[in-house]
Design a protein around this ligand. Structure first.
Ligand code: NAD
Ligand code: ZN
Length: 381
């Protein structure tokens, strides 16, 4: 089968690799019809991790079931399914409590928790930027789609990761109707947080970035765009909230946060959040803050240290929730909002491309070139 393979920093190619296949009775084999490029792929693409050359990218996957193992009871051949980027078993200590993002079964390293398709340090699983994908624990991991799944493919594929992740940011922040919410980052995840805050009935949603095309997308769903290359975002949010600060804030950038001149400061957004969220407000942090050196789990304790104004955070009595999104916690309800016509996350899609076009797309998305907001690859077309 054809797959998009990592060749080294900022180098990927489409190659013939061995077909994905059923390896255990609980597996499901999916022919991929839509698979996104994600900001998270860039951590590996840019060579910031120990992702192995020759591995296939792709953790935001949707497709048609073409084969099921003998131990699969529920999922049937011919069904169209969207797959949470977290690969989980459903029966370990963490999954039982709903933390499918920290599954202990699908992650073979006993010092780690959590697994994903095509991801560094998240188990050995191949990605779905390929013609076929092996889905472990298929009954648990496949979310079935209805008859509108072809017509709304670009909406449902967002349920694999970024729509639940944006929603999770608002859950961690504690967004309720009437809240004012500030979101740092108008990338795909930040835009999904803005959509989620709107769905939850936030009175005012403010989104900070500096890419005009991305800020325009935020405005299209009624958010207030804040261009931090022109305005101090903290001052802007305080002005908009009678000097109090926003009720809730979401971090949707991660350790690649820039200052307005484009210099990386991993603590930039966290400090801005602490300053622009009110006393006793909530912060949800979903942008990735991982060890910056590719050293694997042994380096986790040291290399991930990021200084931010914890003193002011403490003084203001804010809450802070963080981490990977447990997609299964939200994917059914977000699927059903799409089915009911109450959410259209595909509004951010800028490109529908073939697998062959993926190397060029990676380069453009990585450079955040104008208009490259969200790429959906269509391997089966
Ligand atoms: P992206 O890189 O396309 O978007 C990030 C945006 O942040 C860019 O538009 C950039 O201009 C903006 N930005 C940079 N510095 C900023 C600053 N100081 N203030 C405001 N905005 C700033 O990526 P994405 O796909 O939207 O993903 C965002 C983050 O979320 C990444 O770290 C990604 O790995 C992470 N992520 C986490 C989860 C999870 O489960 N927690 C899931 C998916 C993605
Ligand atoms: Zn993703």
């Amino acid at each position: 089968m054809k797959a998009l393979v990592y060749d080294g920093p900022r180098q990927v190619s489409v190659r013939e690799v061995p077909d994905a296949r059923i390896e255990r009775p609980t597996d499901v084999l999916v022919r991929i019809t839509a698979t996104n490029i994600c900001g998270s792929d860039l951590h590996m693409y840019e060579g910031r991790t120990d992702f192995e050359t020759g591995r296939t990218f792709g953790h935001e996957n949707l497709g048609e079931v073409i084969e099921v193992g003998g131990g699969v009871d529920k999922v049937k051949v011919g069904e169209r399914v969207v797959l949470p980027f977290n690969i989980s078993c459903g029966f370990c200590k963490n999954c039982e409590r709903g933390f499918t993002n920290y599954c202990l079964t699908t992650q073979p390293d006993p010092k780690m928790a959590g697994a994903a398709y095509g991801f560094a340090d998240m188990g050995p699983w191949q990605g779905g930027q390929a013609e076929l994908l092996r889905v472990p624990y298929g009954d648990h991991n496949c979310l079935r789609l209805g008859e509108d799944s072809v017509e709304k493919e670009n909406d449902y594929v967002m349920v694999a990761d970024i729509f639940p992740t944006g929603y999770h940011a608002t859950e961690l922040a504690g967004v309720i109707p009437g809240d004012s919410v500030v979101i740092y980052g108008a990338g795909p995840v930040g835009l999904m947080a803005a959509l989620s805050a709107t769905i939850k009935g936030a009175a005012k949603v403010m989104v900070v970035d500096r890419h005009p095309d991305r800020l325009r997308l935020a405005e299209e769903i009624g958010a207030i765009a804040i261009d931090d290359s022109k305005t101090d975002p903290v001052e802007f949010v305080l002005d908009q909230t009678m000097g109090l600060g926003a009720d809730r804030g979401c971090e949707c950038v991660g350790y690649q946060a820039h200052d307005p001149q484009g210099t990386e400061h991993p603590n930039m957004t966290l400090n801005n959040l602490v300053k622009s969220v009110r006393f006793t407000g909530g912060i949800g942090s979903v942008g990735v803050f991982v060890p910056q050196d590719p050293g694997g789990p042994d380096d986790l304790a040291k290399q991930g240290e990021i200084a931010f104004d914890y003193g002011l955070h403490w003084f203001k009595g804010q809450t802070l929730g963080s981490g990977q999104c447990p997609v299964k916690k939200y994917n059914r309800r977000l699927r059903d909002l799409i089915a009911a016509g109450k959410a259209t996350p595909s509004w951010i899609v800028s490109h529908n491309l073939s697998l062959e076009q993926a190397p060029d797309a990676y380069q453009n998305f990585d450079e955040r070139n104008d208009g490259w907001t969200k790429v959906v690859l269509k391997p089966a077309s």
